[in-house]
Structures are given as C-alpha cells and as structure tokens.
Design a protein around this ligand. Sequence first.
Ligand code: AHM
Ligand code: MG
Length: 341
Amino acid sequence: MASWRPAGPVQPGSSLARHVLDMQRASPGASGNFTGLFQQIALAVKIIHSRVHRAGLAGVLGLTGETNVQGEMVAKLDQFSNDTLVKCAESGGHVCVMASEEVEEVIPVPLEEPAGKYVLMFDPLDGSGNIDVNASIGTIFSIYKRRTPGEGRGTLEDCLQPGRDLVASGYAIYGSSTMFVYTTGNGVYGFTFDPSVGEFFLSHDNIRIPKRGSIYSINEGHYHSWVPGMRRWADWIKKPEEGKKAYGHRYIGAMVADLHRTLLRGGVFCYPGSEDKPEGKLRLLYEAAPFAFLVEAAGGAASDGSQRILDVEPEVLHQRTPLFIGSSEDVSDVLGFLQET
Ligand code: AHM
Ligand code: MG
C-alpha cells in the first residue's frame, strides 16, 4: 500500500519554523534560544503583515505629526511595527538589548522580563514613504551575540558591533505576497507567506546572486550632488559599448524592495554620499550591515566605497553610510570609477 502523503501544496517540512529548528539541531551545543528569538521575529512579521495589508481599510495611513530621530515624519505604521517587534522580542526572554531605527537610544529589556544573550536591531518598516502609494515596504532585522561580559541587560556597547560579527540577518518584504528572507551566514533562504495557513514556506532555496546583472538601482535625481567618479559611472552604465549592453534602471525607493530584486536578479544598488551629506542616507546598523551580510552570503559584495560594509566599526547607533551593494562584478565596477582620480 502506498504511504500516506498530505494532499495540496503545503509542505509542513518546508515551513520557516521547521527550517530554523533543523538549523538549530545541526549546530552542536545550540540551546534553542536562537530558534526562540526567530519565532518571535516571525510572529512580529506576521502581525505587521496583517496590519500592512489592512492599512487602507483600517484607516491607519497618514502621519502622526511626531518627528523621529532621523528628522523625518514617522508614519503610524512605522510606530505600530516598532512596538510589535519590541513587544514580541522582549517577551521571548532571548534578547538582552534592542535598537531600532525609530528610537533614539537603545531599547532596554524591561526588568520584569528575563534577558537572554542576543542583541536585536531592526528597521521596523523600511521605505515608509511608499506606504501611502501602496508600494512594497519591508522590515529589516539583525542579530548579534552580546559582547559585554556577564548576563542580564545589555548596553550600547553590545549594539555597536561590526557586521562581520553578525549571527543572522534578514528581512520581510510586504509586496504582492509577503516574504521572509534570512541568513545565518551560510546560505540565504526565502520563504513565502501562505495567509490561509498563517505560515511561511520555503520558496527560494539557497539564493545565489548572479556575478553580474543588467540593472542598476539608484536615485539619479541626486546626480548633480555626486562626486565626479559617481557621475562618470552613471553615464557609463547606461551607455551601450562594444561587449557591454546598456543597463536597465529600476528604483522603487524602498531599500528592501530594491535589494530583494537585486538579490534574485543581480545588478547593483547604490546610495552614495553627496556634497552636503557625505555619509549618504542609509543607516549602517539597521540597513547596510544586515543587507551586506545577506548579499555576501549569497555570493555578492557590499562596500561603503573604501571598505567592506561588514568591516565598518560603528561609532554611534544611528550612523549613516554610503552603500554600493549587489553582484560582485557590478560593485567592483562602481568602486573602480569611485577610486579613479
Ligand atoms: P526609511 O528607513 O526612512 O524608510 O528610509 C530609507 C529609504 C530606503 O528604503 C530607500 O532606499 C531610501 O530611503 C530612498 O531614499 P531617496 O528617497 O532619497 O531615494
Ligand atoms: Mg529604512
């Protein structure tokens, strides 16, 4: 008699929860804390997904009128996403301290909750300028181990770690479907949310970024404020030459969406510095380092123009950095132009 197999497309063995559990079982000495933290992050993402998809109906679009630490207006969904991540993570007992792009200082774990050994950093809702036009947005997270000795609450020092010390990073993209993509530095895995089941299932196994792509992604409206090397690169990339086709241009304006495409299709995403803002706009700890860890694990590259993003030693929590990230050959082309005298 044939052995029984579940009917339908859902494969319980390919769920995100099971994937993380298998990974934990494969790492000797793992205590289950990491798996627990991941489950809390996935729970937060499901709650944010649900609110993002109901946003128009629920009337939560619009601005609260407050100004966040970046001097930008905070959309209501940003705040909701921030609070959801904080509540889910602190109640799991796996983190000792957190930091969010939306909050000026580190976020301590409340005294009534147990503290764990992990440090969680996140951009709760990246690309929030896209909310009101119903375009893709996302959540970015990264996990470090505490580096200060002892147990109990963590400190700012635990948050100021270079990306090469990351234990894991990932993102959720709230697009035509919601996806969850993560790495622990060894393979990049993508899961698609099945709302009828309420779970993420493996849809993109072992993502590898092509060595070279055919798309460049940058806000070219800033062209006149760039250094000459950057402008020369932007002129070159769209010019057909012998042996080189002109690259196509795509820019959604939400890093999660632009980098999700770059990870799957290849190409390069740049957010350079400008004359008045030499550090650019993106934040090292919440945006650049987590994506650099993902893209390098997929075989790509990420630089700030002079060094690997993962080697940058953060000095302050909300540090900004120029970013050149994507297919290794495409990143190397931009760096070549930038380093020309
Ligand atoms: P946010 O975190 O406040 O949403 O800002 C970051 C976003 C990125 O997702 C995106 O790549 C960039 O800002 C777009 O900036 P610009 O409008 O200058 O092109
Ligand atoms: Mg952001």
